[in-house]
Design a protein around this ligand. Structure first.
Ligand SMILES: [Zn+2]
Length: 118
C-alpha cells in the first residue's frame, strides 16, 4: 500500500514548496506511467482516505493522468505497448527502449485565488 505514502509525500512537498498558499491548493495533477508500479485506482483511494483525515484538503481534487507505455525501435517507429508485448509494430523486432510509461510526478498544481471558502 505504498500509494498512501505517495499521497502523504505529495502533500508534504506542496506544503514545503508553497508555505503561504498550500491551504488553498485546489487541484493536483499527477502523471502516472503504466510501468511506474502505482495503480491509479489505488492512488485515488489513498487520496480519498487522506482527505478524510485532513479536512483542510476537502476541496482539493486529484487528477490522475495515466500514460501508456511507448517504445521506440531502432527503425524509428514508436509503438504503444499492449498486453506486455514489447515488439515493434513496424518491423516486428523485440524492443525494450521505453520512451514513456515509467513516469511518476506532479505535473501541475492549482490554487484558489483568494482566502475565502469556495
Ligand atoms: Zn522497428
Amino acid at each position: 500500500m505504498h500509494e498512501i505514502y505517495l499521497i502523504r509525500n505529495t502533500f508534504e512537498r506542496i506544503e514545503e514548496e508553497f508555505p503561504e498558499k498550500f491551504k488553498r491548493v485546489s487541484e493536483i495533477h499527477l502523471k502516472v506511467g503504466l510501468l511506474s508500479n502505482v495503480q491509479p485506482i489505488l492512488i485515488t483511494n489513498a487520496f480519498k482516505a487522506f482527505v478524510m483525515e485532513f479536512p483542510e484538503y476537502y476541496n482539493t481534487q486529484l487528477i490522475v493522468d495515466t500514460l501508456d507505455v511507448i517504445i521506440e525501435c531502432e527503425c524509428g517507429a514508436k509503438t504503444v505497448i499492449e498486453k506486455n508485448r514489447f515488439v515493434c509494430k513496424s518491423c516486428n523486432k523485440p524492443c525494450r527502449n521505453i520512451i514513456q510509461g515509467e513516469e511518476l510526478y506532479i505535473n501541475e498544481i492549482k490554487f484558489n485565488n483568494n482566502n475565502e471558502y469556495n
